[in-house]
Design a protein around this ligand. Structure first.
Ligand code: ACO
Length: 329
């Protein structure tokens, strides 16, 4: 079987930074409460005139450069996002901008699990021999969906993007995506929502449609917390099993950057020390589909993650959806 190997990574976040202290002026909260309960100290926010595609293009160009791959050689672009600039999809615009003119490109929505699901999806095209080079992007600006008057949720989210270049690792069974496991459960859907709401618009006497817009992100924080700490250790164990590996083989644990207490609980349940956990949550908050590649990019560029290291990644979020992937860098 052909394996998909990650050969480049890049990330991008907006320049505007909102520290916890400035959130104290918007809602009844404190830097101390946010830092203690979540581990978040700041978040980066898009400003007017900036878009999710700008972040995705910047992250993708950095990933292509690190990989030494020309955009023109990319066969497939998958962009995970729940906050596109255009609801019809951003992937085609990004592909065009990075020179991936002959690639097929599409968006994929799986909220905070989006990057994990996109990584596995693109890898299947490589595993089947259909495509040789893929660009996988996770990019979100949940600042667009957050209710900035709701202290339960507005403190958590920030904007950011990451991108990964995958190649077929022919004949090398030790490289790339070694195992994965994905799940979803619509029974838990109400814990994280971003619903469409509209009013009836009559079309003459016989017909009517519903015209409206998407509302604000709704979240039952405690339910999401319980779901994540229950399912993430389980799905990581499944992905490791599928890779023929155990926890002792893991060099780095990289979870969706939602809450440091979730990371501590998952690491402890797996028996992994916190110095094996990759996190940049303090700087960016929860960047949804952007969080895993954004954290991995920083860990690779700082020299923390080295060639050959085994990284156990897990994403979780709305759907409910969750998944894990074991990657050899
Ligand atoms: N500042 C101060 N006090 C607050 C704040 C705030 N920002 N937010 C809530 N509180 C208060 C509550 O009102 C409550 O007060 P009460 O006891 O008087 O009722 C108290 O703090 C405790 O609230 P809890 O909700 O129990 O706090 P908890 O310790 O559970 O932390 C948190 C809340 C941080 C949201 C946590 O539950 C969490 O991280 N959950 C997971 C959320 C998550 O990961 N969401 C993203 C999913 S990804 C996706 O797909 C979008």
């Amino acid at each position: 079987m052909l394996r998909s190997r990650a050969v480049g990574i890049g990330s991008s976040a907006p320049d505007t930074v909102l520290p916890n202290a400035d959130l104290e002026e918007l809602v009844e909260t404190s830097d101390e409460w946010i830092a203690t309960r979540t581990g978040i100290r700041k978040r980066h926010l898009l400003k007017e005139g900036e878009g999710v595609t700008d972040l995705a293009i910047s992250a993708s160009n950095k990933a292509l450069k690190l990989a030494g791959v020309d955009g023109a050689d990319i066969d497939l672009v998958v962009m995970a996002t729940s906050s596109p600039d255009d609801m019809f999809g951003d992937a085609c615009v990004v592909a065009n901008s990075v020179g991936a003119k002959s690639a097929v490109a599409f968006d994929l929505t799986a909220a905070c699990s989006g990057f994990l699901f996109a990584l596995v999806t693109a890898s299947q095209f490589i595993h089947s021999g259909t495509y040789k080079k893929c660009l996988v992007i996770g990019a979100d600006a949940l600042s667009r969906w957050v209710d900035w008057d709701d202290r339960n949720s507005c403190i958590l989210f920030g904007d950011g993007a990451g991108a990964m270049v995958l190649e077929a690792a022919e004949g090398d069974d030790t490289a790339g995506l070694l195992g994965f496991s994905l799940h979803s459960d619509g029974g838990g859907h109400k814990s994280l929502t971003l619903g469409y709401d509209g009013e009836e618009r009559k079309l003459g006497d016989k017909y009517a449609v519903t015209k409206g817009r998407y509302g604000s992100l709704g979240m039952e924080g405690r339910e999401v917390y319980k779901f994540a700490t229950r399912e993430v250790p389980r799905v990581l164990t499944e992905a490791l099993d599928n890779a023929g590996m155990g926890v002792e083989d893991v060099d780095w644990l990289l979870l969706h950057q939602a809450n440091i207490r979730i990371m501590e609980t998952v690491a402890s349940r797996l028996g992994l020390p916190m110095d094996k956990v990759i996190t940049n949550l303090a700087e960016y908050g929860n960047t949804s589909a952007g969080s895993i590649p954004l954290a991995l990019d920083e860990a690779v560029r700082s020299g923390k993650v080295k060639s050959g290291d085994v990284i156990a990644c897990a994403g979780f979020g709305a759907g409910l959806s969750w998944g894990a992937a074991v990657i050899r860098w």
